[in-house]
Design a protein around this ligand. Structure first.
Ligand code: NAI
Length: 479
């Protein structure tokens, strides 16, 4: 491995600490370690250049080093300004065979507490290879994919729209970045896009963007929707958030959750995990929903279902888990009780109307500590906003634990293998991994939990019309 000089992290001297935690995480990530073993000799990603835009945590370090073990070259950025674990980033740059003094790992561009300008610069750096662009993208929320697509769009138009047309602060920064890039090279992103064989997308929100782009005819390369592998969304989104939501609330505020009135907005996979964890702590949980099916599920699971407006006078903690915008508005926060905790566990920061809060007449922000702010209203009451409205489980805590990320990331590795080695099977469009591979990911995690499967007899298998080796369910089965 050559010495790496092209990277930007907070502090390389944290590499040894990061390496110790990566070592512990490997033990808890049996899926990734099994894939390393399975493909150690064949190295099927040999020659692949992979750009990742995904929370730069200890667990992601194990994913990155798995991709490298399978032969890939990798460059990485985080997909959130607060989610990087600086010791993990340092350890990945140093690499398993290098040191902080002589880094021999992977170029990482990520640190905790990036500005929006830093963030998009990091994403752009991760997409920039000496050879041009990547063959593959691992995306979480779709920002790397978005940057490439926007770049191509403006190159086609020959111009970048004015900053005044931007719908968000992120867009202002993207427009500026792409204006500079267009001035330097009018075909840069077009060439990058042409070299990309595909993207594998981690989360609900990113997948939504991909389906949108495909529907409107704008998607430029094949995509695998990793989120909707059963072993991703029914595990990471649910059990991962069940673990990391309350971790974030506790590290951020240390409020006692037991006995409190808590509102969870959205009862999808993430909301289900959140509500369960909060109830486990003894909270009185109310769910808000727009979908009658999810509302009925919440009711039958024993939660009350109401609107956020109904809950404002009594809520002690409000968590948004919808992947939708404008869920908690400034007017809502203006009517909350003193020191209501407000946090978002969905992907983007527009679930809580932070711009509206900043612009609210007479409001004052008092920073308690990084990622914890009191917003004081003129009437004297304040709300506690976690991670500036960005996902609190990664901003205030360390995200999901290794074991559940092993299920997600085993899907990511398999998706990358599929896109690289079997690209003819995946034309431009949004694909899901075949069920046999989903079941394989689950299998890789059974032994570690001492799970003993029952095996179908041939007669039983014939009776229900499947093979004793699976797949066990049709694609429409919902789990
Ligand atoms: P989902 O689609 O399963 O659930 C979202 C739910 O919110 C749906 O049931 C929908 O009906 C409901 N909803 C939408 N608008 C609403 C509104 N105005 N009021 C109340 N409910 C509303 O999505 P999933 O998988 O639960 O993901 C939710 C978000 O969390 C996404 O942004 C996803 O990317 C993100 N995510 C975050 C993770 C984290 O670690 N923080 C992990 C996994 C996903």
């Amino acid at each position: 491995m050559p010495v790496v000089s092209d990277f930007k992290v907070a502090d390389l001297s944290l590499a040894e600490f990061g390496r110790r935690e990566i070592g512990m995480a490997e033990h808890e990530m049996p899926g990734l370690m099994a894939l390393r073993e399975e493909y150690a000799a064949a190295r099927p990603l040999q020659g692949a250049r992979i750009t990742g835009s995904l929370h730069m945590t200890v667990q992601t370090a194990v994913l990155i080093e798995t991709l490298v073990a399978l032969g890939a070259q990798v460059r990485w950025a985080s997909c959130n300004i607060f989610s990087t674990q600086d010791h993990a980033a340092a350890a990945v740059v140093a690499g398993p065979h290098g040191t902080a003094q002589e880094p021999r790992g992977v170029p990482v561009f990520a640190w905790k507490g990036e500005s929006l300008e830093d963030y998009w610069w990091c994403t752009e750096r991760a997409l920039t290879w000496p050879e041009g662009g990547p063959h593959l993208i691992v995306d979480d929320g779709g920002d790397a994919t978005l940057l490439v697509h926007k770049g191509v769009e403006y190159e086609k138009a020959g111009t970048v729209p004015p900053a005044s047309s931007a719908a968000s602060r992120d867009e202002v920064v993207i427009l500026e970045l792409l204006r500079r890039s267009l001035a330097e090279d009018a075909r840069r992103w077009t060439t990058v896009a042409q070299g990309i064989r595909g993207v594998s997308e981690e989360t609900t929100t990113g997948v939504l963007r991909l389906y949108d782009m495909h529907r409107s005819g704008h998607l430029l390369f094949p995509a695998i929707n990793v989120n909707d592998s059963v072993t991703k969304s029914k595990f990471d989104n649910r059990y991962g958030c069940r673990h990391s939501l309350i971790d974030g609330i506790k590290r951020g505020t240390d409020v006692l959750i037991g006995g409190k009135t808590v509102v969870v907005c959205g009862y999808g996979d993430v909301g289900k995990g959140c509500a369960e964890a909060l109830r486990g702590q003894g909270a009185k949980v109310t769910v808000t929903e727009v979908d009658p099916i999810c509302a009925l599920q919440a009711a039958m699971d024993g939660y009350s279902v109401a609107t956020l407006e109904e809950m404002l006078p009594t809520a002690d903690i409000v968590v948004t888990a919808t992947g939708n915008r404008d869920i908690v508005k400034a007017e809502h926060m203006a009517r909350m009780k003193h020191q209501t905790v407000v946090g978002n566990i969905g992907h983007f920061d527009n679930e809580i109307d932070m711009a509206g809060l900043e612009a609210f007449p007479g409001v004052r922000r008092v920073t308690v500590k990084p990622q914890v702010d009191l917003w004081e209203f003129p009437d004297g009451h304040a709300v506690i906003v976690l991670s500036e409205g960005r996902l609190l489980n990664l901003g205030n805590a360390t995200g999901h634990p290794s074991f559940v990320m092993s299920t997600s990331f085993a899907n990511q590795v398999i998706a990358q293998l599929e896109l690289f080695a079997r690209s003819q099977e995946y034309p431009v469009g949004v694909h899901r991994l075949p069920k046999a591979l989903d079941e394989k990911v689950a299998r890789l995690h059974l032994e570690a939990l001492n799970v003993h499967l029952t095996r179908l007899t041939q007669q039983q298998a014939d009776y229900i019309g499947i093979s004793p080796d699976g797949p066990f369910k049709p694609d429409h089965y919902r789990y």
